[in-house]
Design a protein around this ligand. Structure first.
Ligand SMILES: C[S@@+](CC[C@H](N)C(=O)[O-])C[C@H]1O[C@@H](n2cnc3c(N)ncnc32)[C@H](O)[C@@H]1O
Length: 185
């Protein structure tokens, strides 16, 4: 590819002009720091996708989403196959946070404190959301933290938006932004 089309593409990716001294574009740097969201299933356009997009767009940096196809078979087979695909997609160095009903259920301030701790580990963060059959024990065993959004079972596509909202709320708590009004006990 040559001519204006090539120049345009370079410009979008940061090209020479957009690069700093390290040779990486600001956009590249932002994406490489972005926490990963590994999630089972393909989220189609609709209210769940809109909810996620709305909150993810507010996150600095937004989550980089990687979807794992839903598997077929018995419940155990589905969990095992999806679990294997999730583990394959998980960067080895990642601090893995598995969304799981049985995990630790902090309040929003607690999640904000946890996020600070996770970020201070220096590891890239990866959040994992299972499919309709839940997460395979192998994924739970690999997870550095199991995070619960409460004891109720939520549809996995809704959990993406709920997680993004809570991460945004945690950022607001950490920066003192009035988006978060503390609970009133
Ligand atoms: C429909 S749920 C799966 C329910 C499944 N029976 C199980 O035992 O996990 C799909 C995924 O959404 C996430 N999820 C649903 N409710 C959740 C909650 N209350 N807290 C954390 N994650 C939740 C989990 O990642 C779960 O694997």
């Amino acid at each position: 590819m040559d001519g204006p089309r090539r120049r345009r593409r370079r410009g979008f990716r940061g090209g020479r002009r957009g690069r700093g001294r390290g040779g990486r574009s600001p956009r590249r740097r932002r994406l490489s720091r972005a926490p990963l969201l590994l999630a089972v299933g393909r989220l189609k356009p609709g209210p769940e996708a809109a909810l996620f997009a709305q909150h993810n767009a507010r996150l600095r940096p937004p989550l980089a989403v990687r979807e794992i196809p839903e598997a077929r078979g018995s419940a155990a087979e589905v969990r095992r196959r999806e679990g294997a695909a999730l583990l394959e997609a998980l960067p080895p160095a990642a601090l893995a946070i598995a969304l799981d009903l049985g995990g630790h259920a902090p309040d929003s301030e607690g999640l904000a404190a946890l996020l600070t701790r996770w970020e201070e580990s220096g590891k890239p963060l990866a959040f994992i959301i299972g499919g309709a059959e839940g997460l395979d024990p192998a994924v739970q065993a690999r997870a550095d933290q199991r995070l619960s959004l409460g004891p109720m079972t939520w549809p996995h596509f809704l959990v993406r938006g709920m997680l993004a909202e809570q991460l945004y709320r945690a950022q607001a708590i950490r920066s003192g932004h009035p988006y978060h009004r503390p609970w009133r006990p």
